[in-house]
Design a protein around this ligand. Structure first.
Ligand SMILES: *[C@@H]1O[C@H](CO)[C@@H](O)[C@H](O)[C@H]1NC(C)=O
Ligand SMILES: *[C@@H]1O[C@H](CO)[C@@H](O)[C@H](O)[C@H]1NC(C)=O
Ligand SMILES: *[C@@H]1O[C@H](CO)[C@@H](O)[C@H](O)[C@H]1NC(C)=O
Ligand SMILES: *[C@@H]1O[C@H](CO)[C@@H](O)[C@H](O)[C@H]1NC(C)=O
Ligand SMILES: *[C@@H]1O[C@H](CO)[C@@H](O)[C@H](O)[C@H]1NC(C)=O
Ligand SMILES: *[C@@H]1O[C@H](CO)[C@@H](O)[C@H](O)[C@H]1NC(C)=O
Ligand SMILES: *[C@@H]1O[C@H](CO)[C@@H](O)[C@H](O)[C@H]1NC(C)=O
Ligand SMILES: *[C@@H]1O[C@H](CO)[C@@H](O)[C@H](O)[C@H]1NC(C)=O
Ligand SMILES: *[C@@H]1O[C@H](CO)[C@@H](O)[C@H](O)[C@H]1NC(C)=O
Length: 641
């Protein structure tokens, strides 16, 4: 009985074993045919005919091999993956969602996401990335969502997301180590609709201008004591803006001007005690405004806000800012404050506009500085009234009330009145703007001068001295004239080049008279020095040529350059002079080094003209001392006779 049972069991086992083997072989053949692609990796679970592969919490230290090629959704979250190598997902052409969050990924190689032509969501949150793996984003042409939240990323460089212009949602929240966001960080993201930069320790509003399609911006939990005009420049599609918990003390009047589509603004949990008048003037669609948990100061300054809220915000349930001071108002809703509660005084113009004579085409400003809590409007000569909400192409009201003309026209001439209003009254101040036709202004451009003394093998008998006044480009004005004086000096076949750049284009513009005088003196000194040097050289050449004609020595080719003294070369250092064969101008000595040169037939026609021209113009750059440097002492001696 026992034996019989055993035999039966044995047979059953055999049968089972056989069928298992048979099944495996059956499975294997198609698997071989499809190179293992229809096989679920043993550590993962697959569903929907392998289109969904889940390998969460398997303690994986790398991406498992053999993920089926028709996978659309791959979840590798909560493992110990530390690196993504190039071509890891190469065969997953159909993958749409790749979840790599909550691993310990430190490195993503360039090419890591190659082949993911269908990927639309890439999750990399809660990892250990210290840089944005921009190089790996190549070819992710369908990527719409990128999650990089909570990584120790330190900086966002220019063009970080340039390779994924299809991106619509970008989560960069909780980058707690973030120290730097480049001006061009968001360049190329013109399809982006949602951006999270919350809790990133940001202190200066980053440049969001490229995000022309942005609709939602979460930038709470940072530190912006001040929101400056132009902070949200260019975000004309923005509908929701959250700036909570950011220690905001001040919002400048023109801060939100570009947010013309804004519907919801959340300023809760900040340190705001007041807001400037007409802050919301451009925000025609704003209906939801959160102002709670701010220490609102309920005096005259808050009255405009209260009446604005009553007029434009449909219910007060969303705003619910409450007064913090003065004591008798504490706890009261801002929206309920009215002027019966206190005495207010008419606005005071701190900086009134003054009459201005100006020539056509220039930038002009008419000041009208007042407290930010009063409204400022400008009455133009033709009766038009400009306010902060006006979008005049040429004339704008700055956040402090100043009227700014990007360029004045003759027709702008007239009386301008600044009208300042608050709940208690108004104040006016007027000024006359007198625009005259542009006159020739010869003092608004300047020169720097290049002196080049050169000879070549092609023209061995010539030393050309080219004096070129070059207008400085930094003034932005066109020069009225340029002068080029060319002095030809004959010499032997000594190829040599002497270049004297007399100013550094990188120098800051120096306009004070002292500096101009100093510069002029230095330049005159240099001219004199170069002239003397040239003259001395010519005399020496002349003398030596006579001798030289008797001997038939072939002189070696050489180059002499006058170069600008760098900061690290001690100017006028005697060691430099003797050691390097260098000569410091304007103290000309050692010119005997050049005593192989032959005298010329023509004198140096050093026209006073060129110097004169330079003197007429404002020389706004500082010249530095120059050295004449021969390349090698040996060569000089070699050519000496
Ligand atoms: C809040 O603002 C007040 C002045 O309005 C300032 O004295 C205070 O230091 C600010 N607090 C913080 C935390 O910034
Ligand atoms: C504003 O909301 C608060 C709380 O919801 C309510 O008590 C108050 O009456 C409301 N005020 C107005 C003017 O509707
Ligand atoms: C403007 O020009 C007129 C006439 O030259 C002169 O009387 C007036 O003082 C000038 N005003 C200013 C502000 O320079
Ligand atoms: C008044 O002058 C401003 C500024 O030059 C101009 O933009 C505006 O069109 C003028 N208005 C009228 C009614 O002429
Ligand atoms: C005034 O307008 C000009 C031209 O638009 C601009 O360059 C300048 O910065 C403005 N001034 C201020 C103080 O904003
Ligand atoms: C200021 O100008 C406005 C508009 O012209 C006028 O209504 C108002 O009375 C003036 N106020 C003062 C104090 O001059
Ligand atoms: C306006 O300026 C021009 C040129 O500066 C001057 O000749 C003219 O007198 C000025 N007009 C007034 C009314 O100030
Ligand atoms: C100087 O500047 C004025 C105003 O911008 C311009 O009209 C004039 O042409 C300039 N003068 C020269 C010589 O470039
Ligand atoms: C000429 O240009 C200089 C420098 O740009 C400027 O300071 C000066 O006011 C201008 N003169 C006139 C009359 O526009």
């Amino acid at each position: 009985m026992n034996f019989l049972w055993l035999v039966t069991v044995h047979h059953t086992w055999k049968a089972v074993l056989f069928s298992v083997i048979y099944l495996m072989v059956q499975m294997w053949i198609p698997c071989e045919a499809f190179s293992g692609q229809q096989n679920c990796p043993s550590v993962c679970s697959c569903s929907n005919q392998f289109s969904k592969v889940v390998c969460t919490r398997r303690g994986l230290s790398e991406v498992p091999q053999g993920i089926p090629s028709n996978t659309r959704y791959l979840n590798l979250m909560e493992n110990n993956i530390h690196m993504i190598q190039a071509d890891t997902f190469r065969h997953l052409h159909h993958l749409e969602v790749l979840q790599l969050g909550r691993n310990i990924i430190r490195q993503i190689e360039v090419g890591a996401f190659n082949g993911l032509a269908s990927l639309n969501t890439l999750e990399l949150f809660d990892n250990r990335l210290t840089v944005i793996p921009s190089g790996a984003f190549e070819y992710l042409s369908k990527l719409r969502e990128l999650w990089l939240r909570n990584n120790p990323i330190e900086s966002i460089p220019s063009y970080a997301f340039n390779r994924v212009p299809s991106l619509m949602r970008l989560d960069l929240g909780e980058l707690k180590k973030l120290e730097y966001i480049s001006e061009g960080a968001f360049e190329g993201l013109y399809n982006l609709k949602y951006l999270n930069l919350g809790m990133c320790n940001i202190r200066d509003m980053p440049n969001l201008t490229p995000l022309i399609g942005l609709e939602e911006l979460e930038i709470s939990g940072n530190n912006f004591p001040e929101i400056k005009p132009g902070s949200f420049y260019g975000l004309r599609a923005l509908k929701k803006l959250w700036i909570m918990n950011s220690q905001i003390n001040t919002i400048e009047r023109n801060a939100f001007d570009d947010l013309t589509s804004l519907v919801e603004l959340n300023l809760a949990h900040n340190n705001l005690s007041s807001l400037p008048h007409e802050l919301f003037a451009h925000l025609r669609y704003l209906v939801e405004l959160h102002l709670h948990h701010n220490p609102w100061d309920c005096d005259c300054d808050v009255l405009w806000l209260a009446s604005w809220l009553r007029e434009y915000i449909p219910t007060n349930s969303t705003c619910c800012g409450r007064c913090h001071s003065p004591p008798h108002m504490k706890g009261k809703y801002v929206v309920e404050v009215d002027h019966s509660s206190f005495q207010c005084s008419a606005p005071f113009i701190m900086d009134a506009p003054r009459d201005l004579n100006i020539s056509e085409g220039r930038v002009a400003e008419l000041k009208c500085r007042t407290s930010a809590m009063s409204s400022v409007r400008w009455l133009l000569p033709n009766g038009t009234v400009l306010s902060h909400a006006s979008n005049h192409p040429r004339i704008t009201i700055l956040n402090d009330g100043t009227l700014n003309f990007s360029h004045v026209l003759l027709t702008d001439t007239g009386v301008y009145t600044c009208m300042v209003t608050n709940v208690a009254g108004n104040s006016n101040a007027s000024a006359y703007l007198n625009v005259s036709t542009a006159e020739l202004n010869t003092s608004n451009y300047s020169f720097f001068t290049t002196v080049t003394v050169e000879t070549t093998d092609m023209a061995p008998e010539d030393i050309s001295m080219i004096i070129k006044p070059v207008p400085t480009t930094s003034t932005g004005y066109q020069p009225a004239y340029t002068t080029t004086t060319t002095v030809l000096v004959q010499t032997t076949k000594m190829p040599k080049q002497v270049a004297v750049p007399t100013s550094d284009a990188g120098d800051k513009m120096q306009t004070s008279l002292d500096e101009v005088m100093k510069t002029t003196k230095i330049i005159i000194g240099c001219f004199v020095a170069v002239t003397l040097l040239a003259a001395a050289m010519l005399i020496v050449f002349y003398k030596l040529r006579k001798r030289h004609q008797q001997r038939s020595t072939v002189a070696a080719a050489r180059t002499v350059e006058i170069i600008q003294v760098d900061e690290d070369i001690p100017s006028g250092s005697p060691t430099g002079v003797s050691g390097e064969g260098a000569v410091v101008l304007p103290t000309i000595h050692d010119h005997m080094n050049f005593n192989t040169y032959k005298p010329a037939h023509h004198g140096a026609h050093w026209t006073a003209n060129s110097i004169g021209n330079s003197l007429h113009s404002t020389i706004t750059t500082i010249s530095e001392p120059y050295i004449i440097q021969t390349h090698t002492k040996e060569k000089v001696q070699e050519t000496q006779i």
